[in-house]
Design a binder for this molecule. Structure first.
Ligand SMILES: C[S@@+](CC[C@H](N)C(=O)[O-])C[C@H]1O[C@@H](n2cnc3c(N)ncnc32)[C@H](O)[C@@H]1O
Length: 283
């Protein structure tokens, strides 16, 4: 199905307003690839017919479906590897020392997609930090897309999703076969609370976090949205907490309160002066 110029402009404004996502000129092919199948699923003959139902906010559920269809949910277990190594080698040991009195840790994954990112952390912690079993460790995972959140809660993955980044030892230990798919055991799934949160709209009260992962989502946002979100992250990140961005993302030139930690290519940042990193588990 083809997208007209008028429909393309409408979708660009809609996803920018609803999700902060900037759709560059020339991305008509993306709209066609994402909204064509959605129109078909609704028994509609064209993208125009689909958008006509959304125009003027006539069908809010369908509007959400259109916005969701335009999100990119690409993710893998242990994506990029280095962030998880930084957590294992530096961040978690340093936080366990700092929180020995309260024995409480809170993680937030702000664009968790189908759940591979939070579940990777849960499995890594179970594997390398058995002492945390007696701590109060909370994992809050959020996303704008209700469909990926549903899949994340189910914790079911195809063989090809499993093949992308999951060590075989983890598959054996933490998953069970369900037909052609693999499902995470309840003990892992129950550790993560999945909830819808739109990063560019007001956030509900979240409390304070020791670790915030906001990886591979800021790339889609415009500069004012990035600045606003980084400012809000500062308010939910504990003073000695750690913030992770994706490999192609940086707070540089957007917010000078974040300092990069020297953990290879982990994309890990802390608040405060970089000189303080020596006491914070810097390599
Ligand atoms: C490319 S995935 C990143 C997944 C994971 N963080 C990773 O790095 O593998 C980006 C996710 O951001 C979500 N997203 C896009 N816009 C959003 C918004 N305004 N608020 C919350 N989540 C959003 C998408 O639904 C998608 O699941």
């Amino acid at each position: 199905m083809v997208v007209t110029e008028q429909d393309f402009d409408f979708v660009r404004l809609l996803v920018c307003d609803q999700a902060g996502i900037v759709l560059d000129a020339g991305k008509q092919y993306l709209v066609e690839a994402r909204l064509g199948p959605l129109a078909k699923r609704h028994g509609l003959a064209s993208i125009t017919a689909l958008l006509d139902r959304v125009r003027g906010a006539r069908d809010l559920a369908l509007r959400q479906e259109v916005v969701e269809a335009m999100t990119t949910n690409e993710t893998t277990f242990f994506r990029d590897f280095e962030p998880f190594e930084a957590l294992r080698k530096h961040v978690v040991p340093s936080l366990m020392a700092a929180r020995a009195a309260t024995r409480e840790l809170r993680f937030w994954y702000g664009a968790s997609s189908t759940g591979q990112e939070p579940y990777s952390v849960v499995m890594m912690l179970a594997e390398h930090f058995p002492a945390l079993a007696s701590w109060n460790v909370q994992h809050v995972a959020t996303d704008i897309n209700l469909d990926v959140l549903k899949r994340a809660r189910e914790g079911r993955y195809t063989q090809s999703e499993i093949n992308r980044g999951l060590p075989a030892t983890y598959l054996v230990k933490y998953f069970e076969k369900q037909g052609l798919e693999w499902q995470l055991k309840p003990a892992v799934r129950e550790r993560v609370r999945f909830e819808p949160i739109n990063l560019v709209k007001p956030w509900p009260p979240l409390g304070a976090f020791d670790v915030v992962m906001l990886r591979n989502v800021m790339i889609y946002f415009d500069v004012p949205s990035k600045r606003e979100i980084l400012g809000r992250i500062r308010r939910v990140l504990r003073a000695d907490g750690y913030f992770f961005l994706g490999g192609a993302e940086s707070p540089l030139g957007l917010d000078d309160h974040f300092h990069r930690m020297p953990y290879d290519r982990a994309g890990c940042y802390c608040l405060g002066e970089a000189s303080g990193t020596a006491q914070r588990g810097a390599a």
